[in-house]
Write a protein that binds this ligand. Sequence first.
Ligand code: GLY
Ligand code: MN
Ligand code: MN
Length: 439
Amino acid sequence: MARMTLGNLYGDHLREVMSRADRALAACGYDGLIIGSGSPRYFYLDDSTYPFRPNPRYRAWLPDASPDCFVVYRPGERPRLVFHQPDDYWYLPPALPQGYWVGSFELVVVRSPLELRQHMGTGGRWAVLAEPGPVTEGLGDHDPATLAGMLDYVRAIKTPYELECMALATTAGVRAHRAAEAGFRAGASEYEIHLAYCRAAGAREEELPYNNIIAFDTHAAVLHYQVLDRQRPAGVKSFLIDAGAQHAGYACDITRTYAAAPGAFQDLITALDAAQQALADRVRPGVDYREIHLEAHRAVASILVSQGLVSGSAEAAFETGLTSVFFPHGIGHLLGLMVHDAAGFMAGPGGGVLPKPEGHPYLRLTRTLEPGFAVTIEPGIYFIESLLAQARAEPRGRAIDWPRVEALKPWGGIRIEDNVVAQAGSPRNLTREGFAAAA
Ligand code: GLY
Ligand code: MN
Ligand code: MN
């Protein structure tokens, strides 16, 4: 089937966003909604700003990423975009918006964000989804929890437009991952691989959805390793890269792990890759994501036993929690405008919390999957000294084959991460689809 263009999909997307807003506003007794894109923030004592990232509740409406802009919406009316275009010669003001989405808005250009106050219509009770500040002060209720929760909750269900944005982000991410692997094979340093990644993704670092994790050897045992070594050490054995890309604010979040040579670590990668694909196939409507997380622990237990890292039964390794020594994070999370997307624990649109399974504090999603949910599936097996040291001191640690663990420790660890969409029938694996298209 030919892929639809964003322009063909956006109208339906915006209609869905408006109808979600209509329902939430009616349920919470508001007449309208003001959503701010956000303002740049300054470093302490400094006159330069952090990279600007727009409010995701704003970006759910439109791809624009300009600061100090507002969407003003009343049910039944065309949404208005109050677009801030300052008269500035220090910085280049944002260009007037253009593209497939602009005609859906009544565009009002202002020179100062305070002019918003003249462009929101009169009367009524307003909900304001924006950081508090002088522009919106007194206009309405800021981030009212029930309304904001209702909107965040439904954002888990991606529209076809959003999925196409994520597929386009994946195309860029996959291109960059391939450049990174080529750099690894050619002898580049972590830093050089990072530069090659940005170039291939066509992104400045601040345009990436999160800091690249580019890790050789034992650095891969640091889950969010953030240093980019300028020098490549001799004899690098392994390479873990967790890096994404964005399109219109929507992220991909991809991890691959490579061994420099065949051997026990490559065997571990191959085994985890097979388990990861089986877990990705479980991303189906009606499945409790917590179950996928626990299945991941069972799969890791089987691998630990079959690869000779743990003795005894896989069931025992699972029951005693030994798997958490090697796999100490969650199986994944919702993905979208935020890498760890909103409302992962909400019991329903009105609130409530779905608890994490006991003993699994880092799981970021506990909801039951619905069609359109986009999630990551990212099992790992790591050799993390602090966790191993704890296990060594505990009775359950006796099941670990310590000489084998010590032998594999220099390779650091493995994570394999795909982005998967629940739908009727087989899931859509955006990441595998992207790598297959690039092959
Ligand atoms: N890149 C962060 C994560 O995988 O959750
Ligand atoms: Mn992730
Ligand atoms: Mn990741």
